[in-house]
Design a binder for this molecule. Structure first.
Ligand SMILES: C[S@@+](CC[C@H](N)C(=O)[O-])C[C@H]1O[C@@H](n2cnc3c(N)ncnc32)[C@H](O)[C@@H]1O
Length: 156
């Protein structure tokens, strides 16, 4: 379900937001039906862009944002201009995360959901994260499944 663990995901994002409380631009790269953006990102005074590959999900976004119906990998350059990027994926997210970090020196805070079955141990995900150029990071296991939530912060 797109909104599983919503409270836990929001709590992780609120923790990260303490490091960057007034973001100007946010890109939600896996917007889905917009649970995270509706309940959190749209409430900040920021420019919000929501990317989702399925139009019927995008049609459900009933809050103020720019909507893009496409594969998010076509929008790495746009994402590179954001202060915050949200990668709430169903699957492998580390490749996107590396591409985004390599593509820009602007984004400070990237939230992720890592649910790659090959990364079912937290240490595997941490091994990936420590190769990145991060000032600090947070990772925690889902209360409901074998999925990890976290963020990477870069002080720029
Ligand atoms: C876990 S759901 C996101 C839930 C959403 N964050 C929310 O709070 O409602 C992941 C979403 O990413 C979309 N998606 C998967 N791969 C994508 C891609 N490459 N580009 C754009 N959207 C993608 C899926 O269609 C799905 O709706």
């Amino acid at each position: 379900m797109d909104n599983s663990d919503l409270n836990q995901k929001i709590a992780v994002r609120q923790k990260g937001l303490k490091l960057l409380p007034k973001p100007k631009m946010i890109v939600d790269m896996y917007a889905g039906e917009g649970h995270l953006s509706r309940n959190l990102w749209s409430k900040l005074k920021s420019d919000l862009t929501c990317i989702e590959k399925e139009q019927w999900k995008l049609n459900k976004l009933d809050f103020d944002c720019i909507k893009i119906c496409d594969d998010n990998r076509n929008h790495i350059e746009l994402a590179s201009k954001a202060d915050i990027i949200d990668l709430d994926s169903y699957g492998l997210v580390m490749k996107n995360l590396k591409d985004i970090l390599n593509a820009n020196k602007k984004t400070q805070l990237i939230f992720f959901t890592e649910s790659n079955p090959f990364c079912k141990f937290m240490s595997k995900v941490v091994d990936e994260i420590i190769t990145l150029d991060a000032t600090c990071f947070w990772i925690e296991k889902s209360n409901q499944s074998n999925v990890f939530y976290g963020f990477i912060y870069r002080k720029i």
